[in-house]
Design a protein around this ligand. Structure first.
Ligand code: SAM
Ligand code: SF4
Length: 320
């Protein structure tokens, strides 16, 4: 389906939980969050219905995210259900990778195509510091297992933070020289937990290109991907730059998001949400609710404007 300015919307991102087994400093409060009542979180069957109706109006690509999707009960069953919807051509997941060693095989068998794994540092102590509790060995084993079972391509997501991991840019970029893996640098966004300190720790992704002038830009073959891809000469993998702040990609935005508590967010950087359950109670059809969300996508976000109103939800509540 086309939105009001003619963008083709074919990508649905669903947050299946707002809980997480990590506490990344830019995403989660240190003491975690009040667990929502079970009934306030979309049931697996409700998520399946949303995907099925979305597929009828042109969604063919789904990403499952969170919070941490691998701690959601029924996650394998959900992947299986989505994989049976014939219009859906691509099912991906964004995960912190901690539980991937355990679940990669079952996910692949259920029909998951690929995973993006978040990892902001290769250093054990720094990883523990930024996640407040994580063990990097678990993630590295998860990456290995994902490769072994054929969840491909594997993309690593790295949030670039000044004074934290800018000294590891070389390690991340050089990994693409020897490994067939995509490393994607994401600019720190001023959302929720990070809304106050993002400005101090923000460094633009152009830093990567300044350090690696030999990175060659690649033709954009993945339409709708927010990443611009580059390659080192003779590199096996790619380096992706996701620049929501310094160079936003609103004009090619192809997505809508559904939060774990059943709100559709037409734009990540806006507080505007559509409450699915309350509209269903007013007897509005699910397909009309989804159409309304697509039609109400704004032309672009206003993060760089003076009057920008920061987004209240954290990424774990939106589904990053
Ligand atoms: N728990 C999973 C994970 O970490 O991959 C999925 C959810 S997480 C919210 C999705 C992505 O959002 C992660 O790659 C994370 O680094 C990113 N993220 C969270 N807060 C962010 C922020 N303020 N700015 C940029 N990226 C952020
Ligand atoms: Fe959890 Fe992902 Fe947020 Fe880290 S970024 S706290 S792993 S939801």
């Amino acid at each position: 389906m086309l939105d009001s300015i003619g963008r083709k919307i074919n990508y649905l991102r669903i947050s299946v939980t707002d809980l997480c087994n990590l506490r990344c400093r830019y995403c989660m409060p240190e003491d975690g969050l009040c667990k929502k009542d079970h009934k306030d979180i979309l049931r697996i069957e409700e998520i399946e219905d949303i995907v099925r109706e979305s597929a009828k109006i042109g969604i063919d690509k789904v990403r499952i995210t969170g919070g941490e999707p691998l701690i959601r009960r029924g996650i394998i069953e959900l992947v299986e259900k989505i994989s049976r919807i014939k219009e859906i051509k691509d099912i991906a997941m964004t995960t912190n990778g901690i539980l991937l060693k355990k679940y990669a095989r079952a996910l692949k068998d259920a029909g998951l195509n690929r995973v993006n794994i978040s990892i902001d540092t290769f250093d054990k102590e720094k990883y523990e510091k930024i996640t407040r509790c994580g063990n990097i060995e678990d993630v590295l084993e998860g990456v290995k297992e994902a490769r072994k079972v054929g969840l491909a391509p594997i993309k690593l997501n790295t949030v670039l933070m000044g004074g934290f991991n800018d000294d590891e840019i070389n390690d991340f970029v050089n990994l693409t020289m020897k490994e067939n893996i995509d490393v994607r640098f994401i600019e720190l966004m001023p959302l929720g937990q990070a809304s106050t300190w993002a400005k101090e720790n923000f460094i633009p992704n152009t830093t990567i290109l300044d350090r690696f002038p030999e990175l060659m830009p690649l033709c954009k073959d993945d339409k709708g991907s927010p990443a611009k891809y580059y390659k080192l000469p003779n590199g096996k993998g790619r380096v992706g730059l996701i620049n929501p702040i310094s160079n936003h990609f609103c004009s090619s935005c192809n997505r809508i998001r559904v939060t774990a508590d059943g709100k559709i967010k037409p734009c990540l950087h806006s507080n505007y949400e559509i409450n699915i359950r309350s509209l269903l109670e007013e007897s509005i059809k699910l397909s009309d609710i989804l159409k309304l969300a697509i039609e109400s996508k704004p032309k672009e976000h206003t993060i760089n404007d003076l009057e920008y109103e920061p987004v209240i939800r954290n990424m774990y509540q939106i589904g990053g």
